[in-house]
Ligand binder design. Structure first.
Ligand code: NDP
Length: 332
């Protein structure tokens, strides 16, 4: 006779954001007890800053004592585009360091069984041999433009190793590439490239002005749809038991150029006006491919529901549609 599995309480910090909302969607819409659906013995709790400020140790302690999570997916962070990162380096470093230290310490104090924290490919060294992989995080300094954010996020990997060695904790991390999808931040000043271009194209269509894309359009990037990423977080929570991070991304052979992104937005938005590239604007790095070999070697196992990435164009179409339908409430 199988004994009933113990109850799990899974706390998702940053639960109102792009990635948090996607996890909430996947866990509640996948068939119950399936690979990505909610299990009978699980309670999922999604929190955001209105319930407590994770920069504050007392708030964090209170939240952990209130929910007593057995597992944590830690997404909450001060996040922003290049401009904000360049302007507020100390603030990015300090706020993220406070949040991460409070969450991990409270998790340890409350005997949380497992924590997955979210890093970013920005943590990787600027001068490094490509493709990026999980072994290269600490091999050199990160890019100067966002060193505050990058150093702070890197330290989570150090903390995870130290918590394991000193206290035997099961803390690990995920490294997503560029995420996009429903509930993104579309703020024109501050957004990542896909939501920023969606918003710009929307305004060009509405105001009958040209859609101008900064740069040459040639740089290549790996994009992951937030709901695909959500499945990978759920997989990592349930099926991955190591301290070393996992890059959660589409493959290196699935890079997309900024021009392809802009073309797909023009199509999804049904934009018929003039559309051009402003080559006087800086392009940034041409490419910074990250390998998803480790993920692919682990994710699909015989007998388990198969994981597949959504086609880029399909996911983009859905994201544009979401933006159009939610313009009034989206973060713009
Ligand atoms: P969002 O900006 O969409 O959401 C951020 C979340 O963090 C919100 O729920 C926000 O709450 C919460 N939060 C921020 N500050 C605090 C605080 N002081 N106390 C409590 N909660 C706080 O972020 P994403 O979903 O895009 O990012 C999630 C994670 O993924 C982050 O760790 C980020 O670094 C990482 N990441 C993101 C990528 C991307 O392309 N978006 C790429 C790679 C990594 P509230 O709504 O109340 O403000």
């Amino acid at each position: 006779i199988l004994s009933p599995s113990p109850m799990s309480v899974i706390l998702v910090t940053g639960g109102s954001g792009l990635v948090g909302q996607a996890i909430k969607h996947i866990i509640s819409t996948s068939p119950p007890n399936s690979r990505f659906g909610k299990k009978d013995n699980e309670t999922w709790i999604f929190i955001n800053s209105s319930e407590g400020d994770l920069r504050n140790p007392e708030d964090t302690k209170r939240l952990f004592e209130k929910y007593k999570p057995t597992h944590v997916i830690h997404l909450a962070a001060m996040v922003g585009g290049l401009f904000r990162n360049m302007k507020y380096k100390l603030t990015f470093f300090r706020e993220n360091t406070l949040i991460n230290d409070n969450v991990l310490w409270s998790a340890y104090q409350n005997n949380t069984k497992k924590v997955i924290s979210c890093l970013s490919t920005c943590v990787f060294p600027d001068k490094v041999e490509y493709p990026l992989d999980e072994t290269k995080i600490h091999l050199g300094l990160p890019h100067e433009s966002n060193f505050g954010y990058a150093h702070s996020k890197r330290m989570v990997d150090i903390q995870n190793h130290a918590y394991k060695e000193e206290f035997g904790c099961n803390f690990t991390s995920a490294i997503p590439t560029n995420v996009f999808g429903e509930y993104d931040n579309y703020d024109l000043e501050d957004a990542h490239v896909i939501p920023a271009l969606i918003h710009k194209c929307y305004l060009a269509k509405k105001n009958n002005t040209p859609f101008i894309v900064g740069g040459s359009g040639t740089p290549l990037r790996q994009f992951i749809y937030s709901r695909d990423l959500a499945k990978l977080f759920i997989w990592q929570l349930r099926e991955y038991e190591d301290v070393e991070p996992v890059i959660l991304s589409v493959g290196e052979d699935e890079e997309v150029s900024i021009k392809q992104v802009a073309d797909a937005i023009v199509e999804a938005m049904d934009f018929k006006g003039s559309y051009e590239f402003d080559t006087s604007r800086a392009d940034g790095q041409f490419r910074k491919p990250a390998s998803n070999k480790k993920l692919l070697s682990l994710i699909n196992k015989p007998g388990e529901e198969e994981f597949r990435f959504t086609l880029f164009k399909e996911a983009l179409q859905v994201s544009v549609q979401w933006f159009l339908e939610n313009y009034d409430t989206a973060r713009t």
